[in-house]
Design a protein around this ligand. Structure first.
Ligand code: FAD
Length: 393
């Protein structure tokens, strides 16, 4: 019969693979997508929702476009992978056989990475780093802050999804607060001593939100932080600080099913072959998106979507004997600093001996004028429409 490909995870990585594999193989490959949720809310642009620029509904996508492309979509959690017998087990008890498996489960959080916080505390101190109800909760909490209140973010250590996103989030929270609570303060407690697009963000904080945002680096206790959800306190170098909102973004690792499948290493991420995104430990498995160790490529939706194109060609070559073009990867991450003011960062990547290596990069200049920033802002909206159409049809 037709070769069976099972894709686990219907996000930026997995949905792109499933849809394009079904379309490009024109029915010659049986493609099944296993996705836990009936709809997908994009993390990308979720900061713009926090900032009052987008609605949450505008970030939500269903899977009808995949079904009409010929993908069999199963909404269930994959709970087990038997690589010897090539099967995936679902929480319903169903067992799906595969010839080739694609794992694209995104991220999970590292237990205990922020002392005092566990995933059970996410209703009190939200992460909002998987979009949906967490993002809505965080926005409600921001809107309910007392006048002059304090919003604290615990920023994550490297590597994590979307390196500029915590700092874009600070901009967008500040954009909302300047309208509803102009004396409120934002404090970012950071375990890193530098971060993505730092100069551009620091300039924006001065230009648009002067005095509102305070970035606390490790030298001043940003790395020595503990939280107390029960009393809404943050301990900085042992000293208690009362907070009104606390956004805890923990350390991250590959989504659990990658570890269950035995394709992650002791970094918590899945090593891959750089020319194909094929798992380094099992040639019948591909891992892509945030869950993979893509070396110099950041964890972004654009990166995941670009890796997906490589995976589709690799699978068509493997299963249908098609010629496989050389792998080329790209990334661009836009960040909204304020309405009509965005910056971007990007690059191109190619396989090197044992990893994916950068072949060139670009970043917005600090001295750009307002018109150039406005064009970048508008470009980001076009990008959002283009990439979500490519992922979901
Ligand atoms: P995901 O998109 O998270 O998809 C994983 C899917 O797998 C989920 O739908 C999940 O439900 C499903 N899943 C997991 N485990 C299982 C299982 N066992 N069984 C069934 N289903 C499962 N990127 C950009 O390019 N540009 C941006 O501007 C940008 N902004 C961001 C802002 C924020 C605040 C955040 C948090 C991220 C941002 N990103 C951005 C990053 C981007 O969202 C991720 O890099 C991207 O979603 C990764 O795609 P993925 O498919 O690997 O994972």
């Amino acid at each position: 019969g037709r070769p069976r490909v099972v894709v686990v995870g219907g996000g930026a990585a997995g949905a792109t693979v499933a849809r394009h594999l079904a379309l490009e193989s024109a029915g010659a490959i049986n493609v099944t997508l296993v996705e836990a949720n009936p709809s997908y809310t994009t993390c990308f642009f979720s900061n713009l929702y926090l900032g009052g620029i987008r609605t949450i509904e505008s970030l939500r996508f269903g899977y009808a476009g995949l079904v009409s492309a010929g993908v069999e979509v199963i909404h269930d959690l994959a709970t087990g992978v038997d690589r010897d017998n090539r099967t995936v087990t679902l929480s319903s008890g169903a067992v799906l056989p595969y010839d080739r498996l694609v794992l694209a489960p995104g991220i999970d959080f590292v237990d205990g990475s922020v002392p005092g916080w566990s995933i059970d505390d996410a209703e009190i101190m939200p992460h909002a780093y998987k979009a949906g109800s967490q993002t809505v909760l965080l926005r409600r909490m921001i809107e309910a802050m007392p006048q002059g209140g304090l919003f604290v973010m615990i920023a994550p250590p490297n590597p994590y999804r979307c390196p500029p996103a915590p700092y874009e989030r600070a901009c967008m929270v500040a954009n909302l607060l300047t309208q509803v609570n102009p004396t409120a303060k934002i404090m970012i407690l950071d375990p890193k001593d530098k971060y993505s697009k730092q100069t551009l963000f620091e300039n924006a904080w001065l230009q648009h939100y002067d005095g509102m945002i305070d970035w606390v680096n490790p030298e001043f206790g940003g790395a020595d932080v503990e939280v107390r959800p029960a009393t809404m306190e943050v301990l900085i170098e042992g000293e208690a600080q009362a907070v009104d909102v606390c956004n805890v973004i923990p350390a991250q690792r590959a989504g659990a099913i990658a570890r269950i499948a035995g394709v992650t290493d002791d970094t918590g991420w899945a090593p891959i072959q750089p020319d194909s995104m094929r798992s380094a430990v099992d040639p019948a498995v591909w891992v892509l998106g945030d869950a993979s160790s893509a070396a110099e490529m950041p964890k972004s939706a654009v990166a995941a979507n670009s890796q997906a194109a490589v995976v589709v060609q690799s699978l068509l070559g493997d299963l249908a004997g098609a010629d496989v073009p050389p792998a080329i990867y790209v990334n661009t991450c836009w960040s909204a600093l304020a309405p009509e003011d965005s910056v971007k960062l990007g690059g191109a990547y190619e396989p090197a001996d044992d990893h994916i290596a950068s072949t060139g990069s670009f970043i917005s200049r600090p001295d750009e004028d307002a018109e150039e920033r406005r064009l970048t802002y508008e470009e980001s909206f076009d990008w959002y429409d283009t990439i979500t159409a490519d992922i979901f049809g």
